[in-house]
Design a protein around this ligand. Structure first.
Ligand SMILES: [Zn+2]
Length: 296
């Protein structure tokens, strides 16, 4: 498909999805569907509009956690999987997750989670944890350059000591490949196995426990397949998380858990819509959209 048409289609379908979510909020939700939210960074970056850092401001995050605390029972992903196994899901549960392993998760998100007595699940790109440089995929443009000069720490990955401290307070950790070099679907079998094996080995070496949860880099329908799931099972993973939009029914495959991405642009209304099921429809549209438009 020609690039121009593809771009147009993407814009049209994006706006259509966004519009559709407003209607779906009014459709009574089916019982026992669990939202799993995914964050990346939580940081007071001032150049929010120029810079796509997948960031949420700390005050926004605080507001969102307050809303979740008052309206849901927050459990970790492993608790969620256990509840499903034992048929104990009530339908008011929700999970909070973070991808990649940014140090700002420790600096800004962790104190807010503790303030509300909430626990979350964090997925680590093991190669960079404890490194003294930002993740290599971070594009540090004008706004970033100024901020990194003033607040270098914010831009780094978590350290293993921070991971262990967060664990002490009930935070849960999983892996997100070793290098996050690419979508698993773009790698050959050997590379994929190495990525999974290596992040599992390092996680165990640094924390003393085997990881049981995995999140797929990029995480859409196109970024994982049955072979990857088989490999994860071989390495004793109990579940894996995608970025396929929508909440999870109890029948959802534990290796294809859906998640809802939270963005800085989300108003509290958008956030409420998201956790209450407005993006369940979007998940279906997202699949169609990815098939037609091609890219993420
Ligand atoms: Zn990631």
């Amino acid at each position: 498909m020609n690039q121009k048409i593809r771009k147009k289609l993407r814009a049209i379908s994006y706006n259509f999805i966004k519009l559709a979510t407003n209607f779906s909020y009014f459709i009574p939700a089916k019982n026992k569907k669990i939202p799993i939210l995914v964050y990346h960074r939580v940081c007071p970056l001032k150049y929010k509009k120029e810079v796509p850092y997948a960031n949420v401001l700390p005050e926004q995050f605080d507001f969102q956690m307050n809303y979740l605390k008052n309206n849901f029972k927050i459990i970790t992903v492993s608790e969620y999987l256990k509840k499903i196994q034992n048929n104990l899901i009530l339908g008011n549960e929700a999970c909070i997750t973070f991808d990649d392993g940014y140090k700002d998760n420790y600096i800004y998100a962790f104190p807010i989670l503790r303030k509300y007595f909430l626990r979350a699940t964090f997925f680590l790109t093991t190669k960079y944890i404890g490194e003294n440089t930002p993740f290599p995929w971070i594009i540090i443009d004008k706004g970033g350059k100024e901020d990194i000069y003033a607040n270098r720490e914010r831009w780094l990955p978590l350290s293993w000591n921070e991971v262990k401290e967060m664990m002490k307070y009930g935070m849960e950790f999983g892996t997100h490949t070793h290098t996050h070099r690419d979508s698993l679907s773009n790698m050959d079998k050997k590379e994929i196995e190495w990525e999974i094996k290596e992040c599992t080995r390092i996680f165990k070496e640094k924390t003393g426990v085997y990881p049981e949860l995995f999140s797929y880099p990029h995480g859409t329908f196109k970024d994982y397949n049955k072979t990857h799931i088989k490999l994860l099972k071989l390495y004793n993973y109990k579940g894996a998380l995608t970025t396929n939009a929508g909440r999870n029914s109890v029948e959802q495959n534990p290796y294809e858990l859906k998640r809802i991405i939270i963005y800085e642009e989300d108003s509290l209304w958008e956030f409420k819509k998201k956790v209450n099921g407005a993006y369940d429809i979007a998940g279906v549209l997202q699949k169609i959209w990815l098939k037609i438009a091609g890219a993420k």
